[in-house]
Ligand binder design. Sequence first.
Ligand SMILES: [Ca+2]
Ligand SMILES: [Ca+2]
Length: 450
Amino acid sequence: MRLLLPWPALLALTSFISTGSSCVKNEYPGPGDSTACAPCSKLLVRFPLTPSQLSTTAAADGENILANLIDGSTGTRWSGQGDPQHVTVKLDSVRAVGQVRIAFHTSGSATRTSSFEIAISEDSTNWTTVVATRNSAPNITTLQDFSFAPTCTRFIRITGHGNSQSNWNSWTELEIWGCGKSTNPEGAIDLTGDWETGDASQWDDGWSGKDSAAQFAIVTSPKRQGNYAAKFTVRPGDRVCKNSNCTSGERMEVNRWNYVRETVGDEYYYGWSTLFPEDWQQPEGWAIFMQWHAHTPISPPIAFGVKDNNVRVEFSSGDIGEWWPAEYQQNHTIAQLNKGKWHDFIVRIRFKPDNTGLLEVWHRLEGQAEFTRALSLPNVPTLQWSNETEDVSENYRIPYTRTDLGAGYTSGLYVKHGLYRGIDSTKTSSLYQDNWHRGTSFNAIRATFQ
Ligand SMILES: [Ca+2]
Ligand SMILES: [Ca+2]
């Protein structure tokens, strides 16, 4: 028998979140899915190119061949005469592209500039200009960066319009940058939500809240990092409703939707800071302030919550075939509430629906110099899965087989950050968040803290 939870979620049922960019080909990439495309807020990777991926309309110019554009040397060049002449890059699959880098040959004249424009296309027929005709900067022979909003595309076309001395187009290097998983072994930050834009634009799907003007504010004090932090407020009655469906709790959260999401086998590190101010009003029931949510209509597999005087990690993970309780339904205390002092968190999660998942938490309270390991759970499920198909939203099912329980589906995640609580409180609760990041190593995350 299924029991509806007195707890978060219902999100998948109410489905307030739009799918954002229409160019997302596979919103829910599976493990090893190299064709996944999701725009990001920060460029991460240079897409590897081979000579066969380059083509041009220009006649050959001796040894100045296309392959010279991607040989890593500014001492070799491609040259094509005429205005216009195109160089077209065909990516190995649809990718979220956000920057083209070009190094220009100056033919011995430091002040020579080159004229060009950049367009993108999904089919190499219909083109969208992303960098209008412009000149390169003079006195620079290294790569110059030309950025635009990350967009899912397959083809990038650079059109040369000659240079300030002649109608030759001569470029020494070409790189295409965009969104993807970093392979830097030193670790890297791939998602940032530190409010330093002075707004919520780092969270690509905006708010889940009843009244963002009343419930959300960028503040300059208190703050933990940089110039800005964010204040989240939830008042009695702040449920979010659409049509006749309402969330099971009251909330003010920011959401991330169009990004390389957490899925089976992924491992990421996260960091952020949360302040429960001196006048914090503890909700009567449950309250969470950071969650990794699945495409299932129940509580998230992992959430950071606050209960009584404790900050804790709350799990509803593993087999959810009966929905409640989930196979792994546990709470683990991280720290005391310590109102008025910032909590700094570093969290490592290996995402698995069986007991090969992992979660570690390092914690530091404002005033402490270094983080200490507060929790280590090396053998826990960190995703949800079910062998009942209706448990996982159709668009987000990832086939999954567990040897002891047979075949079914798991769902990867998306993140929500702010404050979400039950509907049984009579007081208004406000807290502050700052310095949220996702990265690929402890050190990369640690470096984001001051
Ligand atoms: Ca070269
Ligand atoms: Ca900040």
